[in-house]
Design a protein around this ligand. Structure first.
Ligand SMILES: [Zn+2]
Length: 251
């Protein structure tokens, strides 16, 4: 090997289950690590130590306690505080860049983070906006903002790995199937995710391509879904709002 020709390794991703159903993520290139939504510090510290990683960046999607609980302890231990972010900002990380996308809807200040490494598939840290098979609760009636946020995420490269904030995938897909009982793609994904969850304990990350096909909240403008809910030709925002409200009281 030529020592002058060092190629950076792929971004390696660790999914850390925290609290009852939250996910925190550690992503690293070689020893340089970033953490997203550390709800608890201890499992993050343990992972960083086990893999001899250096924490360089802390990202928070939104201010809910189940995403921020471990921040202060990590800050004290590593001297890295949560990055102050705004839409369109590019944060340098380990020779790569994290794009900040302001994605209001779940909260007014919610951000998602998009990391496109030189090698391997891009990563989206979707917090409580985009879930496996679903989307986050809309607070304060911000349906239009949420739909616009989902449209922005939908436009990312289809091979993007979606790192979501909660393990709700099976419940979401069961809801999706209740909306479209005839949708074989949803049915197949539900089977596949059920097996995956039993096998590994997590369904994260998902692939955006799969979300585009099976996540009803990304398909409010899809004539097939519109027909299934009897809203042919309706404005996508109306269909999205109908679906999200229905999910609130479902199950
Ligand atoms: Zn939240």
């Amino acid at each position: 090997m030529n020592g002058n020709h060092k190629t950076r390794s792929c971004a390696e991703l660790h999914v850390i289950p925290v609290l009852s159903d939250n996910y925190c993520y550690v992503c690293h290139f070689d020893e340089s690590a970033l953490v997203v939504d550390p709800a608890a510090a201890a499992p993050v510290i343990q992972l960083l130590e086990e893999h001899a990683l250096k924490l360089e960046l802390m990202l928070i999607t939104h201010g809910h306690a189940d995403h921020t609980g471990g921040c202060r302890e990590l800050e004290r231990k590593y001297g890295v505080s949560a990055a102050a972010v705004s839409d369109g900002m590019r944060i340098a990380f380990a020779g790569s860049e994290v794009l900040v996308m302001h994605t209001p809807g779940h909260t007014a200040d919610h951000s998602c983070f998009f990391l496109s490494p030189a090698v391997g598939a891009p990563l989206l840290f979707g917090g409580d906006v985009l879930f496996g098979g679903g989307c986050g609760r809309v607070n304060g009636g911000a349906y239009e903002a949420m739909w616009s946020s989902l449209l922005r995420l939908r436009a990312l490269p289809p091979e993007t790995r979606v790192c979501f904030g909660h393990e709700y995938t099976l419940d979401n897909l069961e809801f999706a199937l209740s909306v479209e009982p005839e949708n074989q793609l949803v049915r197949t994904r539900l089977e596949h995710e059920t097996a995956r969850l039993a096998d590994s304990g997590v369904t994260a990350p998902s692939i955006l391509r799969e979300e585009l096909l099976t996540n009803p909240f990304l398909r409010a403008d899809d004539p097939v879904l519109q027909a299934a809910v009897g809203m042919n030709g309706a404005a996508p925002l109306e269909v999205f709002t109908f679906l999200r409200r229905r999910k609130n009281t479902w199950g």
